[in-house]
Ligand binder design. Structure first.
Ligand SMILES: [Fe+2]
Ligand SMILES: [Fe+2]
Length: 247
């Protein structure tokens, strides 16, 4: 698993973990992101049960995993958060931000963790990270693809964690974590968005919301990170895409 800092300034750090080579090819590859700020440790979309040991091993090279106090789950899918009960064994007091509409469904992983849930209403909330830093913002991304879904924007780093939006199914030997040639990258994103995104209206609403933010880097849960002009190229591409058909 590749482990890499993608932002570091004034005691505020983002790490990405991804491109796990030691997993079955039948398990979709995922990126996990860790924010470290003001002695707070926040893990975004902690991943599936299948890769939990690999993620714990990689994250523990950066921080004491028992210090993770916050988890953010963009939506309810198994690749997003089926590892959560295992994480709760390591971080029993951590808060788990998740879409409110999925709370009672996610409770099937273990009702004993429901007290840790912060049920995020449809309009989103902020996650405080200390008085000298701006709060993290949960941006509504409903129906992109899940019916209850959020992106996370960090105004300090100008990073947007976009979950499944911007996802790409990369070739098995791909090891670069950043998009270098946007036109070349489209082939890895196209089917994912056409098939897993149900609503053009929802995507366009999300694009309009994101255009109001100052984004230097967009970080999806699968595939590669968009930075600089590739963020705008992605928004332009997504805005005109026809989705929601299984034909
Ligand atoms: Fe998903
Ligand atoms: Fe996903």
């Amino acid at each position: 698993m590749i482990k890499k800092p993608i932002f570091e300034k004034d005691g505020h750090t983002w790490f990405v973990f991804g491109r796990e080579q030691k997993k079955f090819n039948t398990v979709i590859d995922t990126n996990e992101y860790l924010i470290i700020s003001n002695e707070q440790y926040i893990l975004l979309d902690p991943g599936g049960t299948e890769i939990f040991p690999n993620v714990v091993a990689a994250v523990s090279e950066v921080v004491d995993v028992g210090k993770i106090g916050t988890f953010f789950c963009s939506h309810q899918d198994p690749d997003i958060m089926s590892s959560l009960p295992l994480w709760m064994g390591l971080c029993p007091k951590a808060k788990i931000y998740l879409p409110a509409i999925w709370s009672d469904f996610i409770a099937h992983f273990g009702h004993e963790y429901v007290d840790n849930f912060v049920k995020v209403p449809d309009k989103g909330v902020s996650i405080p990270i200390g008085k000298d830093k701006a709060d993290l913002q949960l941006i509504p991304a409903h129906y992109c693809h899940s019916s209850g879904n959020f992106s996370l924007y960090d105004p300090n780093a100008k990073i947007l964690f976009s979950g499944d939006i911007g996802a790409a199914i990369m070739p098995i030997d791909a090891n670069e974590l950043e998009v270098t040639d946007f036109q070349q990258h489209i082939q890895y994103m196209d089917h994912f968005h056409r098939r897993w995104m149900p609503s053009e209206r929802a995507l366009r609403n999300w694009v309009a919301r994101v255009r109001e933010l100052d984004v230097d880097m967009m970080c999806p849960q699968h595939g590669s990170i968009f930075s600089g002009e590739n963020v705008g190229l992605f928004l332009d591409w997504l805005e005109q895409l026809e989705v929601g058909s299984a034909h």
